[in-house]
Design a binder for this molecule. Structure first.
Ligand code: FES
Length: 119
């Protein structure tokens, strides 16, 4: 089934996001803190906290393959699909990011069925 996203503009340009030295920026979207990670020419949005034991992923780092590494126990997650590539069986919540001419957008699925009816 095709997923329906609502796209939220988070910046006019990727360079406007406040990336720390580890290439991770923290933003607030719909009242929720999330991380945006930059790797090569792409950006990825994922949960602020690690699904293992709540490590702050914004304080971790992005490895050469584009995985975010949690600072607490070093579990690794693919930023694009949330897979726990170091093999502990967790799953990182993540959202698609699009870099468009008119800005940077994060897609979030709408949980309410009503939203789709009234759209
Ligand atoms: S809290 Fe992230 S690896 Fe344990």
């Amino acid at each position: 089934m095709e997923r329906k996203y609502t796209w939220h503009k988070i910046a006019d340009h990727i360079n406007e996001l406040d990336f720390a030295a580890n290439n991770i920026a923290v933003i607030e979207l719909k009242g929720k803190k999330i991380c945006v990670g930059k790797h090569r020419e792409a950006a990825f949005a994922f949960a602020y906290k690690c699904p293992h034991a709540g490590g702050i992923l914004a304080d971790g780092y992005i490895d050469a393959l584009g995985n975010v590494v949690c600072p607490l126990h070093r579990y690794k997650y693919n930023m694009e699909n949330g897979r726990n590539v170091s093999g502990e069986g967790y799953y990182l919540k993540h959202w698609p990011v699009e870099l468009r001419e008119e800005g940077v957008f994060v897609g979030m699925e709408e949980s309410s069925g009503l939203w789709n009816i009234f759209r």
